[in-house]
Design a protein around this ligand. Structure first.
Ligand code: EPZ
Length: 432
């Protein structure tokens, strides 16, 4: 076991380079299964979720070669298995993309129900309905999703999503890419990673239009061919460093970003009094004075992302006045609150609303990460706090942030990765 040890209150200065987008990579890598050939995928982040996906691809029979630390070559020509082992798929949410990809390639998929961060109930009914609309029979038996296309293959159809679900939109795109005829997804999600998956599939010969709007049209093609593709930069990783500068202070250039994807985050930071300046494929973030209170409501893209809610809450703990946060996507995304209170934060949670009364200072404490973004928010709070903060269960954080310690150290932060004796880990309180 390892933990982070942070000595806070050191303003951040310098340049940080953003890695490839986790939530694009975890869909694009399984999508390589649809290709009867070789895909070279660049700008993949070095994070544990990606390592798991690559292991699943290997277990299924793909030839996976790391060309360098951020480029992988996947040859799916000889894949002959469509059963994703439970021990791997249960460790991560995104294993559900193997259902759409395997269904599209073989007309068959057996995938254990996905795991991932505990953010409340995380149903996959919309994924299942989409596969069924395409003609597949889908059963959930003994913890496994078993999907099977009819003999004549999947057939293009009209899919209306009751909610603009990211995962269901991507899974429907995967399965429909090689279906017969036209599929129209209505009320589709519009996140940047949806567009990235569509661009990847199109680069491999698919025919997908409208990704990034709420109507996506997919004309099924007989097969996809190999090719090279580079994954977009991670919107949430960039947002996390932006929030860190806001909370801690300093002047940082965040490179390798698509500033348009950050507009929803920049707007809120600017409302708090933080300077955000676009510089081509970088943004410069500076905190000059005090942070102002704001209200935040999380919404599907282009609204403020739920995956940035804990990080902005860390900033609001130190803002001037009382802020309101309204979580519009997940029912259980305030599990970090009990940890922040240990640092002296004043937060009340009622259902989906958190009321945060800004305090003059946070004090370092011993914390326990409870999910990926909550863990990132604890790092921000630790960097902004007086004294020493220790964060355990960092495996959650490493699921989604490449080289977080090195990147913050490069900005002048005093953060270290240290070995932790097993008996030091405190069970996380679920009181909130
Ligand atoms: C993706 O999860 C991301 N994960 C999440 O990021 C992110 O929080 C979420 O989208 C929202 O942006 C990946 O991309 C791997 P949804 P996903 O389907 O696809 C309901 C992170 O920290 N819903 O868009 O699972 C659901 O309960 C992670 O990086 C159904 O009701 O999210 C939720 O309220 C955490 N039925 C809403 O829709 C379904 O079948 C949105 O979920 C599917 C979803």
């Amino acid at each position: 076991m390892q933990k982070y040890v942070i000595n806070g209150k050191k303003p951040l200065y310098g340049t940080v380079e953003i890695s490839g987008a986790k939530n694009a990579a975890v869909a694009i890598l399984p999508a390589a299964l649809l290709v009867d050939g070789v895909c070279r995928i660049e700008n993949i982040p070095q994070i544990s979720d990606v390592t798991l996906i690559l292991r699943i691809l290997q277990e299924l029979g793909a030839d996976v070669r790391l060309i360098n630390k951020n480029t992988v070559q996947i040859d799916s020509t000889h894949i002959n298995r469509y059963h994703v082992p439970e021990k791997l798929s249960r460790q991560m949410r995104a294993s559900y993309y193997f259902i759409g990809a395997l269904l599209g390639r073989f007309g068959e998929a057996v995938v254990s129900m996905p795991g991932g961060c505990d953010l409340g109930t995380r149903p996959i009914d919309l994924h299942i309905k989409s596969f069924q609309s395409l003609g597949a029979s889908v059963n959930v038996v003994a913890g496994y999703v078993r999907a099977s296309a009819p003999e004549e293959g999947l057939k293009g159809t009209s899919i209306y999503l009751d909610q603009a679900s990211v995962g269901a939109t991507m899974n429907a795109m995967l399965a429909a890419s090689t279906a017969h005829g036209l599929t129209i997804i209505e009320n589709a999600a519009k996140e940047p990673h949806i567009v990235d998956l569509a661009n990847f599939l199109n680069a491999m010969g698919a025919d997908i239009m409208g990704a990034g709007t709420d109507v996506i049209r997919i004309r099924g093609v007989r097969e996809l061919h190999g090719g090279t593709y580079s994954i977009i930069p991670d919107q949430i990783e960039a947002g996390t460093y932006m929030a860190a500068v806001a909370a801690v202070g300093g002047d940082v250039i965040i490179k390798n970003v698509i500033p348009k994807h950050l507009d929803c985050i920049s707007a809120k930071l600017m409302e708090m009094g933080v300077h955000v300046e676009e510089m081509g494929d970088a943004v410069r973030v500076r905190r000059m004075g005090e942070l102002r209170r704001i209200n935040v409501r999380t919404m599907p893209y282009p609204g403020f992302p739920t995956d940035m809610q804990p990080q902005i809450a860390a900033c609001l703990c130190l803002a001037n006045g009382t802020s309101m946060v309204n979580e519009g996507i997940w029912e259980n995304r305030y599990r970090y609150v009990s940890e922040f209170r240990r640092m002296g934060a004043r937060i009340q949670v009622d259902g989906k609303v958190a009321v945060i009364e800004g305090v003059d200072r946070l004090m370092g404490a011993t914390l326990c990460a409870c999910d990926l973004r909550a863990g990132a928010a604890m790092v921000i709070a630790g960097l902004a706090a007086e004294g020493t903060t220790e964060i355990s269960r960092i495996h959650y954080i490493e699921r989604g942030y490449e080289k977080l310690v090195e990147k913050f150290q490069g900005l002048g932060a005093d953060i270290k990765l240290v070995e932790q004796p097993d008996d030091e880990t405190r069970p996380h309180s679920r009181a909130v």
